[in-house]
Write a protein that binds this ligand. Sequence first.
Ligand code: GPK
Length: 833
Amino acid sequence: IAKPQATRKVPRATNNPLPRANDTDTLALEILEKLTYSLGKTTSVARMHDWMDATCLAVRDRIIDHWIASTQKVTKEHSKRVCYLSMEFLIGRLLRDAINNLGLSEPVKQALARYGVDLDLVELLEPDAALGNGGLGRLAACFMESMASTEVPAFGYGIRYVHGFFRQEIADGAQVELPEDWLAHGNPWEFERRETAYEIGFGGKVTMVEEPGRPPRYVWRPAERVLAVAFDTPIVGWRGKHVNTLRLWSAQALDPILLDAFNSGDHIGALLESNRAEAITRVLYPADSHQAGQELRLRQEFFFSSASLQDIVRRHLQTYDSLDNLADKVAIQLNDTHPAVSVAELMRLLVDIHGIEWDKAWEITQATFSYTNHTLLPEALETWPIHLFERLLPRQMQIIYAINADLIRHARLDKGLDDGQISAVSLIDENNGRRVRMGQLAFAGSHAVNGVSALHTELMKETVFRDLHRLYPERIENKTNGVTPRRWLFECNPDLCKLIEEAIGPGFRDNIELLAELDKFADDASFRDKFAAVKLANKQRLAKVVEERLATYVDPKAIFDIQVKRIHEYKRQFLNIIETVALYDQIRSSPHLDWTPRVKVFAGKAAPSYQEAKQIIHLINDVARVINADPAVRNLLKVVFIPNYNVSLAEIIMPAADVSEQISTAGLEASGTGNMKFALNGALTIGTLDGANVEMLEHIGADNIFIFGLTAEEVANARANGHMGQPVIERQPLLRAALESIENGVFSENDPGRYRSLAGSLRDRDWWMIAADFQEYWNTQRRLDELWLDRAKWNTMAVHNTARMGWFSSDRSIGEYARDIWKAGPKSIQAIS
Ligand code: GPK
């Protein structure tokens, strides 16, 4: 084979010298080229969708320029890479993010305008990539953006679900789930890498092979094998400084069609293998903070873990001749326990495939992995029945037993744990029909374990990982969550950014903590008025969406009081709607009083099998129907449930809130991230001392946030002491009346008993402390009503919120991970204080 001559001049991949010109002419031409040569359309026949594709492709070329440069730099410098393993990446739309981060917003807008095309309308056509359920998946997306923006070399590894999170409709007040189909018209951002494919095994047998002069080896012969094919999406950071890769795996059969079966007339059977393989990456499980116990889920987890690890190991060996230095060159972050089987799989690759001695392999594994916990809810902690695990992953099961034996030996001999403590740290739960505990596995296999807010991390040490923490007291640390200010301020609230820039200059765009300089403008009446005017415009925009989708008018001058998040009992949308009903009663019985007009906005999805959550959605919609039709409260109270909450809708909602509801039962919300998005955009928070609310209180100051309710400790005590709701309800006429109207069918006349058991749960043990917290919640809401009358004061507080939220940037979170856990990324970011 002829080698390319060193002297030969290789032409550049692009006609344009880098960097490309960013003017309108150049972009208009590039978009036209894509329309013509990539889509085969002329301007006269192009549909809006073609313009969207052409725009994405033109922008993508520019990302690729930076992508290649980033990759070359990382390769040349042998930089350590972060591999973020996550079952979910809730990235939403990418076009605006890309344009904004590349500084192309204006020229792209102008370029499209030349063809009579409106960029805003083009953006709406991009499907919202919903490869995640909620906070955990969105955090992964914010982290990907922040790692690119702070120049931390990183790969995101996950699953390319054909169907993302379901589409929600509301029919007669109830949630209906419909399939989501984001890939139906293709995906302009991704690159299929057919050459980057790995075999993933399932089932079969493990045999021990003994060869003379060599230690015995274990060989796994899977009964079933599928192919994992990589699809890469470039993630561009702020100012295009750095581009990372989101690598999502798609499952395919090794033999796409069984020809023998086909030829003998079995046309269905011929495709069985394909269907079975492709099922693995067909659909995202819609369970949030809840274990989805089916076999397919475990297949998904192993599928993407194994593919990612094989990829990491192969890439490492392309550069280095040994895996001994793996942990110096790669940090693997396990986003929750979903990829925890990776601990066993990496051990298998190191020991069985690469012949590394067990103890050495374990050292490498621990040094490479770290693990983030996102919940303490017992029903969310992942465990798998041993028999299922063993059948599907026989070698990994053996490895887990071996890891467990080492762990228990150490606990007993070196640390003197007793039997009770041993059973608490064991990777195998012996009490519920023998199960593998994925949290314990992730903990054992990692050098660092983190919670996602200060409170959550402390509670982790006392609850789920109490005994493991005693055994390894250095391992748990805190990394409070953050959100990317690019998407959650710059892109979703451009008018506010313009105003901020006029006040403090543009520096905050590169260092969000400079928002603090806005603090002094809180007392500047003219600034406040402009701040309020932006808020009003954002509320008008949301009101328009509500009008279009629900045919309900909401007055932008009323308080927009918003709770948007997954529907879950612990998040207490139920508390919010009971307070709404109580307020409705009060307005009706005292119409002459000076009520502050309020719009209660709800949005969020319930897991399809979570009956209580679905009932809460139904109740909100029933209450909305009755209240909105009642002329007695017109303009004083409106309730809307906006269907199909997703990232794009959140981008409209966050800037439009006056009040942000963060009212979880204390101790149960690990962090929350919506809380941060709202406050960053100037909403006032009404919330419990839970998750990151606690740290928001510290940063924003007690005068600028509305905290109420039991503390985590008080909740734990009340539960332990057998707290019951009924006595509390009897003492509180407002709550009692509201509850009675709900239980007696005032809001469900055609089905009066519909909410009897839901309401009854409050009278009983009131597990979520709704009765317990009601009165204080009510009182706090009335304080907000009163404050609204003093608009100068309200706006002062709102400005303080925006000014003081800079710390909650995911750039700061990523800086802490990079410095403390990964030991990766540029010196500047590792040096953050
Ligand atoms: C936690 F356990 C889980 C889960 O399955 N899904 C999910 O979104 C959330 N989370 C927490 O509930 C939030 O408090 C937290 O902010 C978010 O993860 C990110 O850490």
